[in-house]
Design a protein around this ligand. Structure first.
Ligand code: 5GP
Length: 193
């Protein structure tokens, strides 16, 4: 998606060989017009999926999940990172290893908001190793619902997440795909022109 790639090129900061900082429009300050365009694009790419609910993870997936949900006219649920791993019978929970923070979070969603039989679209801001996305898939399966696709704002294609999700049988739609960071510069994968 050209608009997103321009934004990443102009405002993204390559922190080291594997982390991109996009605090200027996605992870701290949020660009609402851009979020609307990302939502529009996701709604086109998953138009045939009969999406009934969108699931994301706090906090950086929420903005784009909301704008996408506006196009589908469906609710958004975000999985919450929990302080303790205490079992709670009203929650579905799973463990997600955080690539950027190097810790494992317990991630949970209320059973009330994730009933069985839904067509769930999973969205997140970044795809690295696929931990967050696979954790969300696990929550959907615990609920007895169906994952209809996985939408990612920025995919780092040089990390294993995409392959992992495709191998598990999911349609993965990434709006910007980064092939490499070379000397602090961002190289996009060509199939995303
Ligand atoms: P994964 O779970 O696929 O290993 O990593 C994706 C999650 O880690 C995303 O939810 C995102 O919060 C975070 N993440 C992974 N790579 C990056 C990155 O390069 N920049 C930022 N800002 N977050 C990242």
């Amino acid at each position: 998606m050209r608009l997103l790639k321009e934004k990443i090129k102009n405002e993204g900061i390559v922190l080291n060989n594997s982390i991109l900082k996009v605090d200027a429009f996605l992870n701290h300050q949020i660009d609402p017009e851009l979020m609307m365009e990302l939502g529009r694009e996701f709604s086109k790419r998953f138009a045939d999926k009969k999406v009934s609910k969108i699931l994301t993870i706090e906090s950086s997936g929420i903005a784009v999940a909301l704008t996408t949900a506006l196009f589908f006219h469906v609710p958004v649920v975000f999985a919450r990172k929990q302080k303790s791993s205490t079992m709670n019978e009203n929650l579905y929970s799973t463990k997600v290893f955080s690539f950027t923070k190097n810790i494992t979070n317990n991630v949970a969603v209320s059973k009330k908001f994730l009933p069985p039989g839904e067509n769930i679209l999973i969205l997140d801001d970044f795809l690295a190793n696929g931990e967050a996305a696979m954790g969300l898939v696990d929550l959907v399966h615990q609920a007895g619902s169906n994952v209809v696709g996985i939408g990612i704002v920025i995919e780092k294609s040089f990390q294993p997440g995409r392959k992992r999700l495709i191998d598990a049988g999911y349609q993965v739609e990434s709006l910007a795909r980064i092939k490499a960071f070379e000397k602090g510069q961002i190289v996009f994968a060509d199939d995303n022109e």
